[in-house]
Design a protein around this ligand. Sequence first.
Ligand code: FMN
Length: 263
Amino acid sequence: MIETPEQQQSKSVEPTPRTNEVSKAEQYAALVHSRRSVRKYDADTTFDHDAVQRALELAVLSPNSSNMQLWQFHRVINSDKRQQLAKLCMGQNAAKTARELIVITTTPYKWKQRTKMNAAQVRQAFEGREDATSKRALKYYEKLIPFLYRNDRFGIFGIARKVIVAYLGRNKPMVREVSKADLRVCLHKSTSLAAMTFMTAMRAEGYDTCPMEGFDSKRVKHLLSLNSQDEITMIIGCGPRAQDGIYAERHRVDNAETIITYA
Ligand SMILES: Cc1cc2nc3c(=O)[nH]c(=O)nc-3n(C[C@H](O)[C@H](O)[C@H](O)COP(=O)(O)O)c2cc1C
């Protein structure tokens, strides 16, 4: 029997049976444990570039602030370009030996377009049943987002916003991160989550990755002809792991120091 979109949707949100949950949790734990930052890739093993595309198509499903999707993923496959880019990654092995490099950027200047897109999406989703929720969602995209995302070169708007929220927040809870610098952090948070989804997906494909922040951002932007307002969150090298691709045992500080519980 063919299901209506509503039936399909309600099915997709049904809770997973508990027994499956355990095995999925185990599978996921195994995946997370097997991901390492790999600094050397095997030049002789075949590498399926389609796996990168698949992993990126999962990465864009990552949670992101206000669903603005102010990100881009630049795939550098071409060998010459890759070697030029590897040099700008300070000649790191993880870049030099990578079979493909992904430059993840934030695209702040697209905020107006994305605001319109989201507002239109809300209108469409609530068509014929406008209520308090839809009004709130529209107000969010038509009033609050422009208030938060509009910036000038010197960050004056952001300073004004800081003063406003400090005043309004005297007697009630208020989001305080409203400056131009805060917005940059906000965008890099979302791109970082996408980076993590990408790296996990690549591991699931049987490949490895290394996130890098050691690069000359000015020259990389020039090499890829990026928009002057683009900011590079990180560059990820990927490929099939070389036998000596992991430099050391994984180590983390004690969980008790980093996982704080308020029971
Ligand atoms: C934002 C970020 C930037 C990083 N930059 C580099 C880098 O430039 N070069 C490098 O070799 N590793 C880099 N790493 C990898 C870390 O060194 C690595 O994740 C850490 O040592 C833990 O090892 P693991 O990923 O194998 O668990 C970076 C990781 C992150 C999250």
